[in-house]
Every structure is written in structure tokens, then in C-alpha cells.
Design a protein around this ligand. Structure first.
Ligand SMILES: Nc1ncnc2c1ncn2[C@@H]1O[C@H](COP(=O)(O)OP(=O)(O)OP(=O)(O)O)[C@@H](O)[C@H]1O
Ligand SMILES: C[C@@](O)(CCOP(=O)(O)OP(=O)(O)O)CC(=O)O
Length: 398
């Protein structure tokens, strides 16, 4: 039995200009363009291996060790598009094995909680599509491949690139111009770091897909957002990235998170993704920026209460003086910072911040946070020799 395999890793991305709303549910075509930062894969990544063989009897997916259904319309769309591209290739070269007619085995692992508001669907669908494109040896560009990932989950199209990424909404009814493009590579602005304050790792109440549909159909504010706010912000944010203008980038990011959550609140009945801890974190970030009289941190929240804080390496001590002070009891610090680093944050707080601080820190905020993930801007999907599939059997290794 000949079993062909391919593997890839894919990253999570966290939007700084949010995708919220679809103009076509089947094709995942958005009502506005969006922008994101791709995060490094040490802490948050999907590893997906795929295999195909004439002898396989059905398409199967094992996600985090468990068999999962591949029946969803979205996944079927991705598989069909990839098979069509492979069939085109085979029709031009009869020496190629007819993989487009064979079944697929897909084995995938996320190294972080799935469906917990940490963008697992983005990394998951990007990895699935990129791994199969690699198995099929498709010559299509990353932007072309991003259109297929988009059909799996809208935000997944942005995880096909590293660095700073835009998803151009496009205007064609068939989605042919709704694709991800690189705004700037990781190397353009490698100093961008991200601290994720995991507020709740539980499954969320309103999934993004239904939440955004509810907003589209019931919120008046939403119309203002997509027509009068986002188009200009999209251009400004791209420019702030090209110019490495953190001040502007941060303000636009915070404003856009607030605007997105305002449309959720304006939905009827309202949707609440942020909780009291999320709101305390927003307040803290504004206090930090005010303290330094400079924007050194930007917060953003997806469809859940977790906070993602973007900041530049050069301001790490200043920011972490506050963040470590408040969240030091949460896990996640030791794996990224040495004891000396942490001591430096504490002494900066004690010697420079505390004597000047005109407000009280809420010492209970850490109770609403389960852990801290310290990461940074990172590359797109990576080739890997690690394979989760046993080539002799075509089944998961463990
Ligand atoms: N590695 C993977 N391979 C294939 N599909 C995946 C993978 N990881 C997640 N998914 C799909 O994504 C779904 C989770 O998506 P969901 O949008 O609910 O959560 P999330 O992406 O973690 O959160 P959010 O979109 O709010 O950031 C899973 O139920 C599964 O169908
Ligand atoms: C708030 C968001 O994270 C929403 C992401 O929504 P999804 O991409 O998960 O939605 P579907 O296309 O229905 O799968 C904002 C963003 O990532 O841009």
C-alpha cells in the first residue's frame, strides 16, 4: 500500500481590525476588510499531517486524538476546492498519481485549548488547507490558497501568511477577490510582542459564526461601522504598520476592538463577549498609557473575554512592571522570562512607578485570569518533518 503524506504547522492570528459580519455565509465573504498580526508558533500552533492512498475507504479527521466529523459544509468546501485543483494538475500530467480521486486521512493537534477564543479555527483550517495543498503539490500562490482556507473559517485565510496580514474583502459574488495578502513580513517590524491574558478557557457562549450574523441583522451601529468607520481605518492601519508607527497602530487597534464590541452590545438581544475582568484590563491599559504619557500598549478582544495586549520590545520593562505586578500569581511567566527579568520588572515598579502612581491597582484582577501567554509576531505556516501519521498504516501514530 502506497501512502503519501505531508505535514505543516500553522499559526494563530489575532485581528487588530476585526472581521465581523458576512455578506455570504456559504463562501465566508465578509462585510469589511480586516487586518491581523500572526503570532509565533512556540506557544500557539496547529500541527497537521495529511495522508492519501488508493486504499483509504473514507475521509477521516482526528483532532487532538479524537475522531471528528468532516461532514461540515465548510470542511467539505475546502476539500472539494483542493481536489479540483489537484484534478486540474493531473489532467495535464498523466504521470501524477490520481490523488484527487482518493480519500484523505487528516491528523491534527493544537498545542493550546480548542474553541476557547484563542483562534484555534484559524490555525486549524489554515493548517488543513496548507497541508493538503502541499500533499497535492499545488502550484497556487499563498493568496490563492488563503481563499480556500477562508471557506473553512474566515479568519483562517489570514493565518496563511506570517507577519502583518490584510484580508481584502473583495467585491465579486464568487469570492474570487476575497483573499489574504501580506501587509508586511515579520522582519519589517519584528519588535512587536503580544501578551495574552487568558480570562476564560471555557467554551464561549455565542460562536463567532452565529454571533456575527445576529449583529448583521439586528444592529444599527453595525452599518455605520462597515460603511463609515472600517474602510478608512483599514488604510490607516496598513500605513501605521508600513511606517512602524506604534502610537497610531495601537490607537486604531483599541478603537477597533471597542467598535466591534459596541456592535455586539448594539445587537438585539445584545451579545456580551467581554466580562468584568476584560473591562478592568481595558482600564488598566489606559492607565498605563496615561502614566507614561505615551501609548505603549494596545488591547484587543475577540469573540470572548481574553485580552491580547500588543506592545513593542523597547517598552517591555515599562509594561511588564505593571502587568507582572498585577498578574504575577498567574502561570506562564517562568517559561518566557528569567528570574532576573522578573526581578527587573518588580524593581522598576517599586522604584519608578509606585512613587509616581496616582491610582490604585486592583489587586484582585488576577483572580479572573487563568494564565498569561507571552508571545510575539511570527512567521506563516512552516514545513516540518514531524509527521502524526504512520506511513505503513495511514492511521494516527499514537
Ligand atoms: N487543528 C484543527 N483542525 C481542523 N479543525 C479545527 C482545528 N482546530 C479547531 N478546529 C475547528 O475549529 C472549531 C473551533 O472554532 P471556534 O471558532 O469555535 O473556536 P476558536 O477558533 O478557538 O475561537 P475564536 O474563533 O473565537 O478565536 C473546532 O470545533 C473545529 O471544528
Ligand atoms: C472576532 C473575530 O475573531 C471573529 C473571527 O471569526 P471566525 O473567523 O471564527 O468566523 P467564521 O468565518 O464564521 O469561522 C475577529 C477576527 O478574527 O477578525
Amino acid at each position: 500500500m502506497s501512502v503519501y503524506t505531508a505535514s505543516t504547522t500553522a499559526p494563530v492570528n489575532i485581528a487588530t481590525l476585526k472581521y465581523w459580519g458576512k455578506r455570504d455565509k456559504t463562501l465566508n465573504l465578509p462585510t469589511n476588510s480586516s487586518i491581523s498580526v500572526t503570532l509565533a508558533q512556540d506557544d500557539l500552533r496547529t500541527l497537521t499531517s495529511v495522508a492519501t492512498s488508493k486504499s483509504f475507504s473514507e475521509d477521516q479527521l482526528w483532532l487532538n486524538g479524537k475522531l471528528e466529523s468532516l461532514e461540515s459544509e465548510r470542511t467539505q468546501h475546502c476539500l472539494q476546492d483542493l481536489r479540483n485543483l489537484r484534478a486540474k494538475l493531473e489532467s495535464g500530467d498523466s504521470s501524477l498519481p490520481p490523488m484527487s480521486t482518493w480519500k484523505l486521512h487528516i491528523v491534527s493537534e493544537n498545542n493550546f485549548p480548542t474553541a476557547a477564543g484563542l483562534a484555534s479555527s484559524a490555525a486549524g483550517f489554515a493548517a488543513l488547507v496548507v497541508a493538503i495543498a502541499k500533499l497535492y503539490q499545488l502550484p497556487e500562490s499563498a493568496s490563492e490558497i488563503s481563499k480556500i482556507a477562508r471557506k473553512g473559517s474566515g479568519s483562517a485565510c489570514r493565518s496563511v501568511f506570517g507577519g502583518y496580514v490584510a484580508w481584502e474583502m473583495g467585491s465579486e459574488a464568487d469570492g474570487s477577490d476575497s483573499k489574504a495578502v501580506e501587509v508586511a513580513p515579520q522582519s519589517h517590524w519584528p519588535e512587536m510582542k503580544a501578551a495574552i491574558l487568558v480570562v476564560s478557557a471555557a467554551k464561549k457562549d455565542t460562536p463567532s459564526t452565529s454571533g456575527m450574523q445576529h449583529t448583521v441583522t439586528t444592529s444599527d451601529l453595525f452599518q455605520q461601522r462597515i460603511h463609515n468607520v472600517v474602510p478608512q481605518r483599514f488604510e490607516e492601519m496598513k500605513k501605521s504598520i508600513q511606517d512602524r508607527d506604534f502610537d497610531l497602530f495601537a490607537e486604531l487597534t483599541m478603537r477597533d476592538s471597542n467598535s466591534f464590541h459596541a456592535t455586539c452590545l448594539d445587537s438585539y438581544p445584545p451579545i456580551f463577549y467581554m466580562n468584568d475582568t476584560s473591562r478592568q484590563i481595558v482600564k488598566l491599559c489606559h492607565q498605563i498609557n496615561e502614566f507614561f504619557n505615551k501609548t505603549i500598549v494596545a488591547y484587543t478582544f475577540d469573540a470572548g473575554p481574553n485580552a491580547v495586549l500588543y506592545y513593542l520590545q523597547e517598552n517591555e520593562t515599562k509594561l511588564m512592571a505593571f502587568i507582572h505586578q498585577v498578574f504575577q500569581r498567574n502561570s506562564g511567566w517562568e517559561s518566557k522570562f528569567s528570574k532576573q527579568d522578573l526581578a527587573a520588572f518588580d524593581s522598576y515598579f517599586a522604584n519608578t512607578v509606585a512613587p509616581e502612581m496616582a491610582f490604585d491597582l486592583d489587586q484582585d484582577m488576577h483572580q479572573g485570569v487563568s494564565r498569561v501567554i507571552l508571545t510575539q509576531v511570527g512567521p506563516g505556516p512552516q514545513d516540518t518533518n514531524e509527521c502524526l501519521i504512520d506511513e505503513a498504516t495511514g492511521k494516527p501514530k499514537n
